[in-house]
Ligand binder design. Structure first.
Ligand SMILES: Nc1ncnc2c1ncn2[C@@H]1O[C@H](COP(=O)(O)OP(=O)(O)O)[C@@H](O)[C@H]1O
Ligand SMILES: [Mg+2]
Length: 251
């Protein structure tokens, strides 16, 4: 796809510099409404920075983010109101709050209690474990359950676009499959547009429509899961055989 055709989200030529580190160096990518897209690549490739650039949390020095055709430059909390929810790496749940209170944190700005209850019911239907444990403290949950809670909290914003950063990181293999299944369900049943950053290539390629491979701050491949499996791009990237120059920025 060419991003500019009918992309609901589009990044054009984004550069992000952290001091001398060029975390992103001319990244362009797009996602269509209803699509699930993976962003893959080795540690330090710039995957998290892509999501932070969308959320207004990274120092973008060039390029632009467009959301439904409009340039996105709002503050992070306004971006959530625009229909974009971000579930950061490391399932940061509020351990001293109950499951239900954690979920409510996902729609703090919402004044409408009926709507809040409707969203709670629908998230708890999707994640029965969150319903069963709704009065427990989040600290009592396992890693996998906390990830379900983080996903559920993201959904409480009723997002049109859900950004997920490494949802399976550090989870036991059996739980990894469950998390991917839930992401697939959110994509297929709720028809939520999803951009998921993942280290677990094999698992994520089974649940997305398209993927981007990132290396050293640049997109080095884009295509369907099959096209990605058919090339050596991932092996090359992970073994350091792709070497786009990344000069250090001056100063
Ligand atoms: N806050 C920061 N300050 C300085 N460098 C950073 C910061 N965040 C990320 N980086 C650097 O930017 C590059 C991309 O990081 P990141 O987007 O977190 O990669 P990934 O998520 O693919 O592992 C890395 O070289 C990382 O060290
Ligand atoms: Mg990361």
């Amino acid at each position: 796809m060419t991003a500019s055709n009918d992309a609901t989200l589009e990044l054009t030529d984004i550069a992000v510099h952290y001091g001398a580190v060029r975390a992103l160096d001319g990244v362009s990518l797009g996602i269509r409404r209803g699509e699930a897209v993976a962003v893959m690549g080795p540690n330090g490739a710039g995957k998290s920075t892509v999501l932070k650039a969308i959320m207004g949390l990274a120092p973008v020095v060039a390029g632009a983010v467009y959301w439904r055709g409009q340039r996105l430059e709002a503050a992070t909390h306004d971006i959530v109101k625009e229909g974009i929810c971000f579930v950061p790496q490391g399932r940061r749940v509020f351990t001293h709050l109950t499951i239900e209170e954690n979920l409510e944190m996902g729609c703090l700005y919402l004044g409408d209690d009926t709507e809040k209850q409707r969203r709670l019911d629908s998230v708890m239907e999707l994640f029965p474990i969150l319903h069963d444990k709704r009065r427990d403290m989040a600290s009592q949950m396992s890693g996998g359950q906390q990830q379900m809670l983080a996903l559920g909290r993201g959904l409480m914003g009723a997002p049109d676009l859900l950004l997920l950063d490494e949802p399976t990181l550090g989870l036991a293999p059996i739980v990894v499959g469950e998390v991917f299944e839930k992401v697939r369900e959110i994509s297929e049943r709720l028809n939520t547009t999803i951009m998921v950053v993942e280290h677990n290539i094999k698992g994520v390629l089974d649940i997305v429509d398209r993927g981007y491979v990132l290396d050293k701050g640049r997109v080095v491949h884009e295509g369907t899961p099959q096209s990605i499996r058919d090339t050596d791009i991932l092996t090359d990237v992970f073994l350091g055989r792709v070497n786009p120059e990344r000069e250090e920025a001056a100063g």
